[in-house]
Structure formats: C-alpha cells, structure tokens
Design a binder for this molecule. Sequence first.
Ligand SMILES: Cc1cc2nc3c(=O)[nH]c(=O)nc-3n(C[C@H](O)[C@H](O)[C@H](O)COP(=O)(O)O)c2cc1C
Length: 485
Amino acid sequence: MPFEDYRAYLDAVEGIGELKLVRGADTKSDIGPITEITAWSPEHPLILFDDIAGYPAGWRIAAHSFDSYQRMRLIHGFPDGLRGRALTLWWKEKLDNYVPVPPRMVDSGPVLDVVQTGDEVDLTQFPAPLWHADDGGPYLATGGASILRDPDTGRLNVGCYRGMLYDRNTLGHHLAGGHNGQVIRDKYFERGQNCPVVISLGNDPAFTLAGAENVGFGTSELEYGGFLRGAPFELVEGPHTGLPMPATAEVVLEGEILHPDHEDKRLEGPWGEGAGYYASAFAQPPVRVHACYRRHDPIVLGEPTLRFRNRGAAGGFAQTARRWHLLERSGLEGIRGVAQSGPYLVISVKQHYSGHALRIADYAMAGLADRPPRYLVLVDDDIDPYNPALVNWAISTRVDPAAQVHIGRDRWCNVVNPAGLTPAKRVIEDYTIGTMIIDACKPFRWRFDWEKMFSHSDIPEQLRAQTAEKWADKLGPLITAPKPA
Ligand SMILES: Cc1cc2nc3c(=O)[nH]c(=O)nc-3n(C[C@H](O)[C@H](O)[C@H](O)COP(=O)(O)O)c2cc1C
C-alpha cells in the first residue's frame, strides 16, 4: 500500500499498535541509549521522540521505523505468516517480475512549507542525537537518503549515508568506498568540481528502503522505490542543484560535497558501527548546505547502526531475495536456494558437472547486492540452506578443509569491521579483506562412490512411521514427533 508520506506510515503503525511515544528525552544522554536498549527486544515498537529537551514541541525523531515483522508487512504487503525461505521466495518472485515505476515531477509539496536559504540555513535547529556515547559528535542524518546525479550518464542515484553535524551549514557525509555514491562523488572531484547533493532526513519508508538497497550501478532507486511503494514518487526540483527531492519529505537539505581543493576535508566519526566497534574518525569532504526545506513540525528519521539491533522475524529478506534473484539472472543452472545463516551466505546447488558449484560461488563472490559475503557456504540440494543444523552438519561431514576451503584475497570490504584491517591498511584507506568459500557439497568427482561409501544412517521415514504406529501407546509423543528436518 503506498504511503503518502512518513506521517501516513506513522498512522498505520499506530493503527497496528506498534507506536510508542516518548516525551522529554534529551539528545545528549537519552535518545541514543533508549534507541539502543529498545532495539534488543524482538518486534519492538517504533519509538517517536517528541518534546525533545531544548527543541520545539512537534520537532520529532522517529527510531526503529523498519524493525518489526508487521511494519515490514505494512511496507511490502506480504501475506501474514510468511517466514524464512517462503518470505524470501515471495520477494524474489516480485523482483523476477520487476517493472520500474518512474517518479513524477511536481511543482510543489509539503517539504516546501518552510524554505531557508543562505545565512538562514541553520542545521543546529534540528535535534541531532549523540547516538553512541563516543561518537565524534551529533549525527543528524541517519535514516533518510541522499540523491546524487552521475555526471557521465545523468542518471540519479539514491543511497542512505550518515551525516555528522558540524555547524549551521556544514555536515559530514560518509559515502563508503565502493558504494555508488562514492564513485559518483569522485567523478565530480576528478573534473575539479563540487558534487551536488540533496539529503532527505525523513520521508516515506519506501524512499529509505530503496536507498538502502544495493540495486546496481545505473539502476534507479527512484524507479525501484516506486515499484516497492506501488506508486511513483513525487519529486520537486531543487533550485540550487537541479536535483529532484521528495515532495512529501519532512526535511531536505540541498548543497554540495566540497572538492578537497576548494575546502579542506574534515574528520567524520568516530561512529558506533553495526559491527559493534567504533571505527576511527576519517577525513572526509564535507557537505555545504545552501538551502533547507522542511515542514513546520518536521520528523527526522533516526536509524543508527547498532550491534544488537533485532529487526524482527522479517529481517534481511529483501537483500537475500535480491542476491538469489541476481544469481539466477547469471544464467547458471542448479541454484536451489539462497539464505543468510549467521555469518554465512549459504547457497544450495544441484551439481551437474565438475566445477559447477564453485562457478556459482565465484559469481556470488562478485558482491551481488553489496559487498561479497565474508563466508560463503555451498551445500547440496538435500540441505535446506534455511536450516542452520543441516548447514552445520554439511560443513562438519562433507568438507575436507585442505581441499574444499578456498580463500580469496584483497576483496571489497569496508572500514567497520576490524578483522584483517591492519593499521597500515587503514592509513591508506585500503579496506580490502579476505573471503572464504566453504564448499560443503559432496565432491562431484565422487558421485559414483559417495552413496556406496557413506549411505545415510538416519532411520528411514518408513521405519520411523511403522515404529511410531506400533509403539504409540507405550512411548507416545517420544517417538511420534517427526524426524528433525
Ligand atoms: C540506516 C542506514 C545507514 C547507512 N549508512 C551508510 C553510510 O553512512 N555510508 C554508506 O556508504 N552506506 C550506508 N548505508 C548502506 C547504503 O545506504 C547502501 O549500501 C546503499 O545501497 C548504498 O547505495 P549506493 O551504492 O547507491 O551508494 C546505510 C544504510 C542504512 C539502511
């Protein structure tokens, strides 16, 4: 169901009983900790902070917008009860039938209720929390999304990038290496130009979710977001940059990422990353904000990264579905299932020839829908990749590590995980790291011998059923329980 704007979404969230209003919290010492500890419980409510100490009533921060099964249902519209593999498959089939829904340009919208330009711009008017105790400063942009235009192709790109508040008209903006935003920004820099940008701080949930998905270079998140939303986004043209901005947004900042020859880089961070560590502060080109557009009583989205955020029973299905969809589009035969299981991406494969499973793994390791998985596990098609016990059984019994573990080196990664990122690599901003493919498939070359040498010792289903029937009176539920899948 398309939501007109974030407020319509909030009404729907309230309607399903998942909205919690918190009044009187402080940006320095309350909002960050409340957001963190409430994120640990499964299916926690959306928290709306109002009457924030030192800010006008009605200037709100909304946290946990996407953190429950029912809230994801509101946005994606999947049938109640779908979980795990069925839910991933449901979204994958949508992606298989993807039809871009292009945005519509309009002349006006509520985001233009208040327009401030030049010296009137004052970013400190917005509540910007210290989300984690040792962050380098308050962060204003954590849950919205930014739009940039590729200067080579003219295509628009949307991404969620955090923004640290420096002063009245300057923000830090973290465009991680390898994300399309970074590539586009640096194309401007190579031309000696600043990079135009608009940063939305609060918007229809489909806008943030489309921005957060790695849809591939050149594919428009604006069109994908329209598909996700079920209706085109309405956009107004920003007069300073010519970039479009969501007409129904809560707040939009329009400006430029400054070329390092025009203005010195500034330290961005430290920031409490989702991996559970502070990454150090890095010099980044700052954003100079030329204009600020907002509603009278804006709602700023707050989605700080948190180590133990529990996104509820639906968490992660969209990215897994996209990886599965892209893998199938490779034209490679035999892909039976794709799942995220703990730290592993697991792919189940029906092998048809020697080298088949690793060929699929090599394709997945290109980093479909974001960075390559650090650990990729290949399993045969008798293993449900959604069942961790079976995946672990395959790893334990079908892998000779000396032959079936393949290490990749210097693969695309980021700064947030300390593993493998030596101090020397950090200095030169080399965020590459190793990867591992665990080929837990029965080796294809053994296909004529494996079953003879190692037939399964589990009780056959027929014997289990016979035994259950014969001994039902004496043993009851002890033996009638189905065999664990
Ligand atoms: C709440 C949130 C915050 C994020 N913060 C950042 C960030 O600060 N920097 C970044 O590069 N990616 C961040 N990401 C991930 C990117 O938005 C995501 O990978 C996106 O697909 C990148 O888009 P791009 O490849 O078009 O640049 C964040 C995602 C979410 C949902």
